[in-house]
Design a protein. Structure first.
Length: 228
């Protein structure tokens, strides 16, 4: 069953948000959802018609809706190959970053909820904490992305608290350790995970002067208790 994207009404989303979803989709289903939600907006359908990433099956329906020639499957495959060949990964990320900077907070929130990996990697570092929180709510975010976020000392405390409350994430040892080793994590959160950490990691944390004294002292006490 096709998973439906939630939290964003694509029928009223700006052309720039839709364009970025086409460039960095969370998965293939987004193309169908954009098409179904925007049959009343020829300007959006035109974006899909011209975008080399639009899957052939979707493109066929878009062509009919616009009364435009249906491209052959070979044309679509070649256009997609040329598109990705022309742009290096570094150039692609730079382009996405520059375009994101021009968006309103509301548009960033929409993208944070539904964007692909490149969009998420940029918006997780956004200055607006609401945008960051919405990235963490993105259903496609991976555990490795969450771990990187949990390590980031620039992440808002609200976001660190959000991660700590997610049972599925906190069961993953690297995420739990990342939270404890992050100097921005509130001590009340860090200390509750100390008893679940390995001895060698606790020894490292005990010497880590960047984390709060309350956490280091708790680590020291727990290490002594384990030695008894």
């Amino acid at each position: 069953m096709e998973e439906r994207l939630i939290g964003i009404d694509l029928s009223v989303a700006s052309k720039e948000v839709i364009s970025m979803l086409l460039d960095d989709p969370p998965d293939g289903s987004v193309y169908w959802e954009i098409y179904r939600a925007n049959q009343h907006r020829p300007e959006v359908l035109r974006l899909m018609y011209e975008h080399p990433g639009t899957p052939y099956e979707v493109l066929t329906e878009v062509s009919k809706a616009l009364s435009l020639p249906v491209k052959s499957e070979t044309e679509v495959v070649e256009a997609r190959r040329d598109y990705f060949k022309e742009e290096t990964q570094e150039e692609r990320v730079r382009s996405i970053f520059q375009r994101i900077q021009r968006l309103s907070v509301g548009e960033k929130i929409q993208l944070a909820l539904k964007g692909g990996k490149e969009v998420r990697s940029i918006l997780i570092r956004d200055a607006n904490k609401e945008v960051v929180l919405k990235v963490l709510e993105n259903p496609k975010i991976t555990e490795s992305e969450v771990e990187m976020a949990a390590r980031n000392p620039q992440l808002p405390q609200e976001a660190l608290r959000f991660i700590a409350k997610k049972r599925d994430w906190i069961r993953r040892y690297p995420i739990m350790y990342a939270l404890v080793s992050n100097p921005k994590t509130p001590p009340g959160i860090s200390t509750q995970f100390i008893s679940h950490l390995r001895n060698n990691d606790l020894v490292i944390l005990e010497k880590n002067k960047s984390i709060p004294d309350a956490v280091r002292n708790a680590v020291k006490r727990y290490l002594k208790m384990r030695k008894k």
